[in-house]
Design a protein around this ligand. Structure first.
Ligand code: ADP
Length: 287
């Protein structure tokens, strides 16, 4: 049997006696691409904080390769953190360092030689299409560039696991699509990718395994898009998603491979839309 890389067993996290992650169990195998989704406040970021041991569970266990991360000795915990790349919602870039310096810093703390660091930083900035901004400071970057810089820093030490918390939260659909393509390419090389997003369009575009949280509870675990999760009978296989504005509503067109087109109104609520899209007409988000 395949060893689970990550296993949450009956994990609960309470803040002031209130469970924000409530008795959640799941496993993630090496090489999987998993979306953790659900509305704002559902507990997605808390799952990520638990995963990187920024927080400890109130009850239950989180195992990585069979070891309880709450009990890892410090050197092993450091190794675990080194093989885990994280893109935080607010990027956490160091404002007094350039993009290249931010990315290099992740290797400097591991004690890599300067020549190795310089070569690897150049490679990863080129791959993330941000080499032109190597000498720019974070405050000079657009949202998409900040996301790519944070991704470069997360990937520079070639982690086994990449965790990204709402990486498309502050960027337009074109930039979103590019970031999703990058995440897919990283996953295709064998890296486990865990993406937290409340954005239904992102979930639909990816068509990967979806863990959906509501009020801290895991309410769904299946492969497919956000809409497909509400209808078990719908096939989870590839289809592209286009969103058009029609009569003040956002209408999602699902184009299946055989050319059949379905319509599902309201997949992106006006509130979500106002928060996450800047233009009136939303461009197709299909990858
Ligand atoms: P999501 O990422 O799905 O938006 P979060 O995991 O950030 O949700 O938050 C889930 C709930 O836990 C929210 O109600 C939030 O206010 C609460 N919460 C998160 N972190 C803390 C904290 N450090 N102290 C108290 N409450 C918290």
């Amino acid at each position: 049997m395949l060893t689970s890389m990550i296993a949450f067993s009956s994990v609960t996290k309470e803040y002031r006696g209130r469970p924000v992650v409530d008795n959640v169990s799941f496993t993630i195998n090496p090489g999987e691409f998993v979306c953790v989704t659900g509305p704002s406040g559902a507990g997605k970021s808390t799952i990520i904080h638990l995963l990187i041991r920024a927080e400890l569970p109130t009850a239950g266990t989180i195992e990585v390769d069979g070891a309880d991360i709450a009990k890892l000795p410090v050197p092993i915990l450091q190794m675990y953190r080194r093989r885990t790349g994280v893109v935080f919602q607010d990027y956490k870039l160091l404002n007094d360092r350039t993009v290249a310096e931010n990315v290099a810093f992740a290797l400097e703390v591991c004690g890599e030689p300067d020549a190795v660091i310089a070569k690897r930083v150049k490679e990863v900035l080129t791959e993330l299409k941000i080499a032109d901004q190597a000498d720019a400071f974070p405050q000079e970057l657009s949202g998409g560039e900040k996301t790519r810089a944070a991704l470069a820093r997360a990937l520079v030490h070639e982690p086994n696991i990449l965790i990204a918390d709402e990486p498309t939260g502050n960027i337009d659909p074109d930039q979103s699509r590019e970031i999703l393509e990058l995440l897919k390419a990283v996953n295709a090389r064998g890296t486990t990718v865990i993406l937290a997003t409340h954005d239904k369009l992102v979930v639909d575009a990816l068509q990967v395994r979806v863990l959906r949280l509501e009020q801290g509870k895991l309410v769904h675990d299946a492969v497919g898009g956000y809409v497909a999760n509400h209808d078990e009978k719908k096939p989870a296989h590839a289809h592209s998603v286009h969103v058009e504005k029609e009569g003040g509503h956002h209408v999602v067109h699902h184009e299946k491979k055989e050319g059949h087109v379905e319509h599902a109104a309201g997949a992106d609520s006006p509130e979500d839309h106002a928060k996450h899209h800047t233009s009136g007409r939303v461009k197709p988000l299909s990858i």
